[in-house]
Ligand binder design. Sequence first.
Ligand code: BGP
Length: 457
Amino acid sequence: MKYAFPDNFWWGSASSALQTEGTREGETTWDYWFAREPNRFHNGVGPQHTSTFYQHWKTDIQLLKQLNHNSFRTSISWARLIPDGIGEVNPEAVDFYNQVIDELNEQGITPFITLFHFDMPMAMQEIGGWENRDVVDAYARYAQICFALFGDRVLHWFTFNEPIVPVEGGYLYDFHYPNVVDFRRAATVAYNTVLAHALAVRAYRAGHYAGEIGIVLNLTPSYPRSQNPADVKAAHIADLMFNRSFLDPVLRGEYPADLVALLKAYDQLPACNPEDSALIAEGKIDLLGVNYYQPRRVKCRDSAVNPQAPFMPEWFFDNYEMPGRKMNPYRGWEIYEPGIYDILINLRDNYGNPRCFISENGMGVENEQRFIENGQINDQYRIDFISGHLAWLHKGIREGCNCLGYHMWTFIDNWSWCNAYKNRYGFIQLDLDTQQRTIKKSGEWFAATSLNNSFER
Ligand code: BGP
């Protein structure tokens, strides 16, 4: 069957500043954490070993062109632009981002820019990070500076990438600095992130810029083990905690009442100011980026909660391993292509069918060198992964979903947080020793798909 996509469909990929740029003056939480606990990073490889975009941006943009990208998302590093988070703007950073943005536009590749992709300036973390409202204000100032500097040439802005991830990693599950386990503090971080988002949207609207502003959320559809009411309730609570905690504020301008009631019942609500709800209502977006990697399968808990244990989302559900599920064993994530369709239908039916696009989807695989044939990685598994997801996305579009594009994670193999270079995601293979870049088979497949605006399967 031939899958043809609407005119002007966005074909591209996503990356982030910290994972690709390298060489930076301002310290982030990642630099700080790595210096103290390098053992927490796969093979002891830290954030200074990235794919050197800072040096190679021009030739890398040529490679994007070769992959027939018409759009590309990366982020601005707050710590590069304003090394201490709140003070002087670094003119070298302004030059760098101006060059990247101008070159992308010149090459016909529309820049999509994220303002925050997990990379908190250390100076801001030292005063409490997202737990401190002064940091929320500092972020709003940073956002305003970015709009003023680049808003004439960047028409698609994203306030945050996957804002739930620093909440989960830093305050619940110990995979980001500051490695806290405390639900109320996690809820405060999540809440203040929504306020920061809304302040940035307010600043963008006040500046009357020509483009649009949105956010990128990782939506993990929550599937109950069965239709048993106990399983359904478990899935509902997981959905409230992990999806709707951000989705509702940014699309409906308010939190789900049952999420608020639940947290109130367990005395986990963050401190709120009376004027916050009006601000949150102003944070409604123009464009939603959806990152989709894996579904979440849950069932009701099998055991009673230990009342001494810290309050956790898992007080309300157990994770469920569905028999026969298809897995990406390297990353430990289930592959479930229809999830992309379910997300789009949910947005269509329950959120007014917002303008959206798939802003990340991808498959991290270990030791890809074993697939080299005639000097090129033959990653047919990745082509199957992409085409499988695109087929379901296409069905969503046929049924009226307002999905405008598909961006893959990622362009060149890059540094992946605590996993460093364990799993490779790129369309382009990176040789870590020489920094040589070689297009994989999936890159060629994607280039053809983008060129034809269609593929056969
Ligand atoms: C997303 C992030 C990316 C990227 C990707 C792959 O959650 O937005 O930054 O890293 O996941 O996941 P990982 O690097 O954890 O394998």
